[in-house]
Design a protein around this ligand. Structure first.
Ligand code: TXA
Ligand code: MG
Length: 361
């Protein structure tokens, strides 16, 4: 069985650090979500991550660092990558940004899924940083959930997914992950281009403006991926986490189409009579008119605060899964919002609902 230890005790951090050094798995909190960590230089330890998560080996891992110097031995950056990496790392780390650059040929292939690039991040959050510096290792860590399931923002979420692991320590802190959705991922191409692979709380606007200030000439593209609905091992995806069905709860979930929407997207009819078996997850009290008719009503943020909303999303999805008699989840629609933080949250909502829209009738 997995065990939970508290980060409040220094001996827990010591135990976790030694566990990592001896090739075992430790789930630890970051400011975004919990990661399932292993020594990024130990192939056998890395194998355990894929086994525990049920994750295909074609999906590469993010390597977490305690400082930028650690990147040296893990990468072979081009001049353009080096320039952007230094500027962005100095500006946004520790923080919710993952930067992909050319990998060192000495890195275990399992980290990069056989590709020639590696994803790096210095996470924010006292617990993560303490563990990283204590272990003196680069730590590869995907989100600590079963593959395709909702990412964990509390130690108990990790326990619910991975509790049966024979050897796993879950490091618990005294608060939930502050951001609650995963980091922004950008890939710095070998020359001139930067691709946004996953939206998050560091916006493309922030990234562009700091590079412009440093007189870097670049073009930043949001890579609109053909999102595929089924996973195939040999599918070559830029960022395999961009699958349509990802972050998905085990209850049928839909986006409740915004009534004021200008674009006519096709929405199926959701019968009013189903509301009593439904959990309605709202934002800014938009759909509060249905709150009395549903089985349970949650609001991501009554006051419309983005950070509060992102912090609550995965937790509400997981709470919905264990609600007795719940058969459906309805989620809020931000598809027409221009705000990058809301778009990042909606990216997860869209996938949780596998892109299905409904309208109540
Ligand atoms: O906030 C986060 O990023 C969290 C915390 C734990 O740091 N981690 C996380 O990892 O979300 P994961 O594995 O659940 O998602 C990372 C995504 C995956 O979709 C993976 O395919 C993509 O990053 N990725 C990793 N390395 C890559 C690479 N070299 N090229 C392209 N995509 C990569
Ligand atoms: Mg994940």
């Amino acid at each position: 069985m997995a065990k939970i230890v508290t980060a409040l005790k220094p001996e827990s951090l010591e135990e976790c650090s030694q566990f990592l050094q001896s090739g075992e798995l430790v789930a630890f909190p970051t400011e975004t979500v919990y990661g399932l960590g292993a020594n990024a230089l130990d192939e056998k330890a890395l194998e355990k991550i894929f086994l525990a998560k049920g994750r295909p080996k074609s999906d590469p891992l993010i390597v977490h660092l305690s400082g930028m110097v650690q990147a040296e031995s893990l990468t072979e950056m081009t001049a353009f990558q080096r320039q952007c990496f230094d500027i962005l790392g100095n500006q946004f780390w520790p923080g919710p940004l993952t930067i992909i650059v050319k990998a060192s040929r000495y890195l275990p292939k399992i980290v990069t899924a056989g590709g020639d690039s590696v994803a790096l991040r210095i996470p924010n959050g006292e617990t993560a940083l303490k563990l990283l510096s204590l272990s003196k290792l680069p730590i590869a860590a995907p989100s600590a959930n079963k593959f395709g399931h909702v990412s964990p923002t509390k130690a108990q979420h990790v326990m619910d997914d991975l509790g049966n692991e024979e050897k796993l320590i879950i490091l618990e802190q005294d608060h939930d992950c502050k951001i609650g959705i995963e980091s922004t991922i950008i890939k710095i191409m070998e020359d001139y281009e930067i691709h946004l692979l996953r939206p998050g709380f560091i916006s493309t606007l922030q990234i562009s403006s700091i590079l412009q200030k440093s007189n870097i000439s670049f073009s930043l593209k949001r890579v609109k991926k053909t999102i595929v609905s089924n996973y195939s091992e040999d599918e070559k995806l830029d960022s395999p986490g961009q699958l349509l069905t990802h972050y998905s709860p085990n209850i049928e979930s839909f986006i409740l189409a915004d009534k004021n929407k200008k674009n006519n997207i096709s929405a199926d009819i959701f019968l009013k009579s189903l509301l009593r078996k439904t959990i309605l997850i709202d934002f800014n009290m938009k759909n509060i008119e249905y709150s009395e008719q549903v089985l349970k009503y949650y609001d991501l943020s009554k006051s419309g605060n983005n950070l509060e909303a992102s912090k609550n999303l995965f937790s509400f999805l997981r709470q919905s899964e264990i609600e007795q008699n719940a058969e459906y989840i309805l989620l809020p629609d931000f598809s027409e919002e221009n705000d990058e933080e809301l778009s990042a949250i909606f990216d997860r909502i869209y996938r949780a609902a596998s892109g299905k829209y409904v309208a109540i009738n």
